[in-house]
Design a protein around this ligand. Structure first.
Ligand code: ZN
Length: 71
């Protein structure tokens, strides 16, 4: 499980430069971090959030309800 302390400080790397409230993430299904600003979706693998823009891009256009468990 990813700690709440970590979740509280994580921001989307594509938006974080835009300010302290930019790039806020929502935890979905305990397995994805979804950016509120750009919609990129970062997978959590083995309890480690993969905060790479190229990873976030892969499921950017996938609706949240269609997300499957990260591979
Ligand atoms: Zn973002």
């Amino acid at each position: 499980m990813v700690s709440q302390e970590l979740l509280d400080i994580l921001r989307c790397p594509a938006d974080v430069r835009n300010g302290p409230d930019a790039g806020l993430l929502d935890l979905v299904n305990g397995a994805w971090l979804v950016c509120r600003d750009c919609g990129r979706k970062y997978p959590i693998k083995n309890d480690i959030p993969i905060m790479l823009i190229e990873e976030g891009d892969k499921y950017r256009n996938t609706p949240v309800e269609k997300l499957e468990a990260p591979q």
